[in-house]
Ligand binder design. Structure first.
Ligand code: FAD
Length: 389
């Protein structure tokens, strides 16, 4: 049985855990990362389609994603490693008044955070998405500061950078218990050993609740599943990540989104109208039929696209759709970087930077009032109660 001590232990080598390891090892901490899977990023990180935007309507997501974009856009310059960054922005084409009102309604918030996003007319949308269906096209929003990254390249790069700085990774080794003493965390247990540390970070994604239960706390993170797919490479014909927020005519989808990655492959997914809760990752038979109809309706020339593979992954959801970054008062030294919902990949580097800063200095990089809005101790149902009034 192995028994070693570390400055910090991270549970999960995913979109978030890898970024925390990256930043903690920049500060020369001796870090252990444990993951149940065989290699980095094999949880939900690799399920992401790699969309990275700061153009949200929530202040915490905007601020953290701005930090992530800076990280992604400058990573190659700093390290020489290519993450597949495509700085093509995000474009939301609009066909109905309802969606126009929604998108125009959040522009003032987005602009108040200094984001470059605006409403553009149909001609500009046609330039941004050549071949887009012109019938009824009213215009849309475009945010040139956003982009796309390869989640597979990201995981490999952060693992390598952290490992080169002395980080220890144990793959294929799930955490089975936490070591606690007098209200403080003292380490983690696996089937192979006990690892000691006064700092343990829960970055277990869709399994965050199970890790919380080991410390006797209830973390409200529930996985729901989303399917995605990728085409064979094609000549690049559009740069932005495209989001259509109309509900699908088939009555099963909320919105769908897709982009053309650095290799020319179109990578796509949709949001089911009714969330499919649980951890089942088997593909459904309806996904390809529904998504191809929606994509061909939006860009008819995609009818000849060759699909390479499809998959189904999990969003680690919180009741209010906002992430949790905090330390646990009932278990000193236990930190939470969980509940990333459908944006954990774009949030990853910003979350990693702030979690590491919080662990090392007791304060985040972002403003305290924004940090408080993502606290573990907030009222997760306040929005719902407000809506029911
Ligand atoms: C189809 C689809 C498309 C998506 N597209 C995007 C997108 O375009 N942009 C975006 O930002 N997000 C996207 N997401 C969401 C994104 O994938 C997640 O939010 C993100 O990966 C969550 O990061 P995480 O680090 O919390 O979890 P993960 O990346 O899943 O990492 C958690 C890790 O913890 C490990 N683990 C769990 N339990 C244990 C244990 N007991 N012991 C040790 N290790 C453990 C897991 O093996 C896993 O590797 C998408 C998701 C899906 C499903």
């Amino acid at each position: 049985m192995s028994e070693k001590s570390y400055d910090a232990i991270i549970i999960g080598a995913g979109s978030v855990g890898l970024a925390i390891a990256y930043y903690l090892t920049l500060d020369t901490l001796d870090v252990l990362v444990l993951d149940s899977e065989a290699s980095p990023g094999q949880g939900q990180n690799k399920a992401a389609i790699g969309g990275v935007r700061a153009t949200h309507s929530d202040g915490a997501k905007i601020t953290l994603c701005l930090q992530s974009i800076e990280f992604y856009a400058t990573f190659k310059e700093k390290t020489g490693i290519d993450l597949g960054w495509v700085p093509g922005g995000y474009c939301f084409p609009v066909y109905r008044e309802a969606e126009e009102n929604i998108l125009k309604g959040i522009l003032p918030i987005q602009k108040s955070y200094g984001l470059t996003i605006d409403w553009v007319g149909p001609e500009r949308i046609k330039e941004l998405i050549p071949g887009v269906n012109e019938s009824g096209l009213r215009g849309g929003t475009f945010s040139p500061g956003d982009g796309q990254v390869s989640p597979l390249k990201y995981a490999a790069a952060l693992w390598k950078e952290s490992k080169d700085r002395g980080c220890t990774f144990h793959f294929g080794e799930p955490v089975t218990g936490l070591v606690m003493k007098a209200g403080a965390i003292k380490g983690v247990k696996t089937q192979k050993g006990i690892y000691h540390s006064n700092i343990v970070v829960n970055a277990a994604g869709s399994y965050a609740r199970e890790i919380g239960a080991m410390a006797g706390i209830e973390i409200p993170v529930v996985p729901d599943s989303h399917e995605a797919g990728i085409s064979a490479p094609m000549e690049r014909f559009f740069d932005p990540l495209v989001v259509d927020i109309r509900p699908g005519p088939e009555g099963k989808t909320k919105n769908f989104y897709f982009g053309q990655n650095d290799r020319g492959q179109v990578i796509f997914c949709y949001t089911p109208l009714v969330p499919i809760l649980g951890t089942n990752r088997e593909n459904t038979s309806e996904f390809m039929t529904i998504i191809s109809r929606r994509m061909i309706d939006l860009i008819p020339r995609l009818k000849n696209m060759l699909i390479r593979r499809v998959w189904r992954g999990l969003y680690p959801m919180t009741p209010d759709g906002i992430i949790i970054l905090d330390h646990v008062k009932e278990a000193k030294g236990f930190y939470l970087a969980v509940g990333m919902c459908g944006q954990g990949f774009m949030l990853g580097p910003g979350v990693g930077r702030n979690t590491a800063h919080f662990i090392l200095h007791g304060t985040p990089v972002i403003k305290q009032e924004i940090w408080s809005s993502i606290s573990f101790y907030r009222d997760f149902y306040a929005g719902r109660k407000e809506a029911l009034k």
